[in-house]
Ligand binder design. Structure first.
Ligand code: FES
Length: 141
């Protein structure tokens, strides 16, 4: 089968869909390749990502990757959430077809965009933090 059971499950029953009205960080990213859009909302309590929701206007793999990404960062410390890579997302989904790898990159970028927004809102320049994170590069195709 083209898609793993986990991908099908997260596509059919995506977790944490919706928006957080008083979000501490919102990230919106678009995929230049396909035009799909992902929006990620986070709530931060101390240094913990206490809640996370998403809305994806995109393909099934984009829905599945954003769904699992919210599960992977919820309850985590911000530092750990920042380390989320698209590779980890793919592994958690038991793999993705190669032509769908870019969808997982969108999930990683949406999480990072939401965290950047959180830093900015708190008067912290996210650039140095995100720059460090970029050291472990996303894998795209
Ligand atoms: Fe666009 Fe998957 S095809 S994110």
């Amino acid at each position: 089968m083209l898609y793993s059971k986990k991908v099908m499950d997260h596509f059919a029953n995506p977790r944490n869909v919706g928006e957080i009205e008083d979000a501490d960080g919102i990230g919106e990213v678009g995929n230049a390749k396909c035009g799909d859009i992902m929006k990620m909302y986070i709530k931060v309590d101390g240094d913990i990502v206490s809640d996370c929701k998403f809305k994806t206007f995109g393909c099934g793999a984009a829905v599945a990757t954003s769904s699992i990404a919210t599960e992977m960062i919820k309850g985590k410390r911000i530092d750990d959430a920042l380390k989320l890579t698209n590779k980890a997302v793919i592994e958690a989904l038991d793999g993705l077809p190669s032509q769908k790898i870019h969808c997982s990159v969108l999930a990683e970028q949406a999480v990072k965009a939401a965290l950047s927004d959180y830093y900015r809102k708190n008067g912290i320049d996210p650039e140095p933090i995100m720059g460090k994170i970029d050291a472990h590069k996303s894998e795209d195709e």
